[in-house]
Ligand binder design. Structure first.
Ligand code: DQA
Length: 179
């Protein structure tokens, strides 16, 4: 009992220090942007198979992400590339520059071990997003190489999926989660 009385205040001070550490780490992470990386052909959104991908353009998507992030006290770095190597380089950049990562790898989802490896080496929390429900489409779209390396996958909700991903990341970042 006596031991408990002595230990009580010490461990509660320890808990306070630990809580402060988590808050400091979360605030530092929140100062960095969420990287939103879009893969091949997503530059054609709005014009490309609108019955599958909707009528919003990539710029509309960027605006949505920026709005959602701002509402949660975060910022986004929104990019698109048709080149696998450039996407790999951006994922590598995110290792130190991003608070979190959202990836719509487009068709590279179903082919790219290089993107999988880059994501496996990336310590920040990440979410894979697809506008369409890849599981109700052609069988070759049912497998994603990159799912293994991300915290979670959101698909089939169209543009709102990006906002859901930002919300999920905000939660993970605030909780001080890595990967
Ligand atoms: C996509 C689904 C992929 O299968 C496809 O190659 C894309 C877009 C989506 O957002 O639904 O380019 O990632």
């Amino acid at each position: 009992m006596a031991e408990k009385l002595i230990k009580g205040p010490v461990s509660s001070a320890g808990a306070t220090r630990a809580a402060h550490r988590i808050i400091r780490r979360s605030l530092a992470a929140m100062a960095k942007p969420i990287y939103v990386l879009n893969g091949p052909n997503l530059n054609l959104l709005g014009a490309r198979e609108p019955e599958v991908y909707g009528r919003e353009t990539l710029e509309d998507l960027r605006a949505r992400c920026e709005r959602k992030a701002a509402a949660l006290g975060l910022t986004v770095e929104f990019r698109q590339s048709n080149h696998e190597g450039e996407l790999v380089a951006w994922i590598q950049e995110a290792r130190t520059k991003a608070a979190g990562l959202i990836v719509n790898a487009g068709a590279f989802t179903h082919t790219s071990i290089a993107m999988l490896d880059a994501l496996l080496a990336c310590p920040v929390p990440s979410v894979e997003v697809h506008l369409s429900n890849i599981f109700t489409r052609e069988p070759f779209r049912h497998h994603s190489y990159i799912s293994k390396a991300v915290r979670g996958v959101i698909c089939g909700f169209g543009a709102i999926g990006y906002e859901l991903a930002i919300e999920a990341l905000a939660d993970a970042i605030a909780a001080g989660k890595s990967k």
